[in-house]
Design a protein around this ligand. Structure first.
Ligand code: ZN
Length: 490
């Protein structure tokens, strides 16, 4: 910098003198030289690294040198020649840590400038497999599910089947795609291995192929965690109940490979891309939510068929802290049954199907003809009262508990051991959603009985056991022509 001052003095002199004598030589004047790059990106040990440091000013012919500290071992700098001469830091860092150094630049006109940098060399990310489970396949229909890995070199993952076998018709590609058309119902176990950056890890999977049931409504459960053995019979019973209530087969759906994003379906959306479903697949996750009591679960649809708005995908998240004390108790079946109802559209597709009025007000009402008819037949008055208390996800998505008491589709579970009937109003509300239903499956229930002592109506202590919430997430729509869109039912 010190050499700039005489240059400026010279400039002043030349300006002063130019009016008097043209023979005074005019020195070229260059802008101040500065290092404009303020920081360099982090590197990863063992991975090739390139970063550039730019200067501006001077005559743009730069010479660089490290004037303090040192670059990480394995990294050197060269001078690039794209436009002005940048310092190019390049190489394969051989050690982790923070490396502080100063780079000085000198331009051809004699200016100098410098700046201090810290280059962080990070450890190599350990390679891991991010896909813990794979969804069921449908015999005779396309399946293309992508296994995902993390770490390694961050780019190249090579997959291989190293043990067991895939169901006939499916294969694992080197890119991690399990794809093909499974030929028949089957369940196989296999081990997939991924290699990246010289590291190798494996994961064991089970893949179930289910048969299409063209004459009936089929619910396929996709557990993303191990279902405790005590919980499984309750889950099976609740699934069987809804398969008996819903009578109609819906068109099978093959989900496009980029249909869901990671955040859809309770965080499992990407895992469902590329699968085929008849009639609905429900992701079941059992995980701590908020300790005993409070929220029992969350459930909702996440993918629906365009036109009918009937779901082909949904998710049910159950609070493990509430489940385990209820194993063996009918209340657990009722809770799971209630959550499946939300996946099928109860409370979750009412707005999309224009079946609710007054949402958000003190008097939300369900307007579907079939449910209203049943409600009035059992002594109710007007439209069907919808919950107006509780948090978002509870209100506007359940029957009103001050009227329906212990009915299964109120937002608050009755105490363990108290029977929670599924009323004809609840079953009929699925006809309003567009399903064909068997009314004969409904339990005996009347509004008057609910309001009688012990019927659960007018309870002052909301939720003896806890409550649940519908999943407040955007729902993806797959139109018949393959177009997709997202609805936010809230
Ligand atoms: Zn609910």
């Amino acid at each position: 910098m010190s050499r700039r001052i005489p240059l400026l003095l010279l400039l002043g002199l030349s300006v002063l003198s130019c009016g008097f004598a043209d023979r005074t030589p005019v020195e070229p004047v260059f802008p101040d030289l500065v290092v404009v790059t303020e920081e360099v990106p982090a590197a990863v040990r063992g991975h090739s690294y390139t970063a550039s440091v730019s200067a501006e000013g001077g005559d743009e012919a730069y010479t660089w040198e490290v004037t303090a500290g040192a670059l990480p071992p394995g990294v050197t700098f060269t001078v690039g020649h794209l436009g002005a001469d940048d310092a190019i830091l390049t190489g394969v860092p051989e050690a982790e840590g923070s490396f502080a150094f100063s780079l000085s630049v000198m331009s051809g006109d004699g200016q100098t400038a410098s700046r201090s940098f810290v280059l962080e060399v990070l450890p190599v990310e350990p390679l891991s497999i991010e896909t813990p489970v794979v969804p069921p396949a449908l015999a005779g229909f396309s399946y293309e599910v992508r296994l995902r890995a993390y770490g390694g070199d961050g780019e190249t993952y090579v997959w291989e089947l190293v043990a067991g076998e895939l169901p006939a018709g499916l294969e694992l590609s080197a890119g991690g795609r399990i794809r093909g058309t499974p030929v028949a119902p089957d369940t196989t176990s296999f081990v997939a291995q991924v290699t990246s950056n010289g590291q190798t890890v494996e994961e064991a999977y089970r893949l179930a192929v289910v048969a299409r049931q063209p004459e009936s409504f089929q619910i396929t459960i996709f557990p993303v965690v191990d279902v405790p053995p005590g919980v499984q019979p309750h889950l099976d019973e609740a699934v069987a109940e809804w398969q008996a209530i819903i009578q109609n087969d819906l068109p099978p759906v093959t989900i496009p490979t980029s249909f869901y994003q990671a955040e859809h379906c309770g965080g499992f959306g990407e895992l469902l891309n590329g699968t085929s479903t008849d009639d609905i697949m429900i992701v079941v996750n059992i995980t701590p939510i908020d300790g005993p009591g409070g929220v029992l679960g969350r459930a909702g649809a996440c993918g629906v068929r365009g036109g009918t708005n009937l779901p082909f995908g949904g998710v049910m998240i159950l609070d493990s802290d509430d489940l385990e004390p209820l194993v063996g108790n009918e209340t657990l079946t009722h809770i799971i049954s209630h959550e499946i109802a939300h996946v099928l559209g109860f409370g979750t597709l009412w707005r999309a199907q224009e079946l609710i009025q007054g949402a958000g007000t003190a008097d939300p009402l369900f307007t579907g003809d079939e449910a209203v008819t049943e409600y009035q037949a059992m002594g109710g008055d007007g439209l069907v009262p919808v919950e107006n208390q509780g948090g978002e996800g509870t209100r506007d998505a359940h029957w009103r508990q001050t009227i329906f008491g212990n009915e299964r589709m109120t937002g608050f579970s009755a105490p363990p051991g108290v029977f929670q009937p599924l009323s004809r109003v609840s079953v009929a509300s699925f006809a309003d959603l567009g399903y064909v239903v068997d009314m004969g499956v409904a339990d005996e229930f009347s509004v008057a009985a609910a309001l009688a002592p012990g019927g659960g109506g007018h309870r002052h202590h909301w939720g003896d056991l806890g409550w649940d919430e519908i999943l407040l997430e955007p729902i993806r729509v797959l139109e018949r022509d393959g177009r997709t869109r997202t609805i936010d039912p809230w």
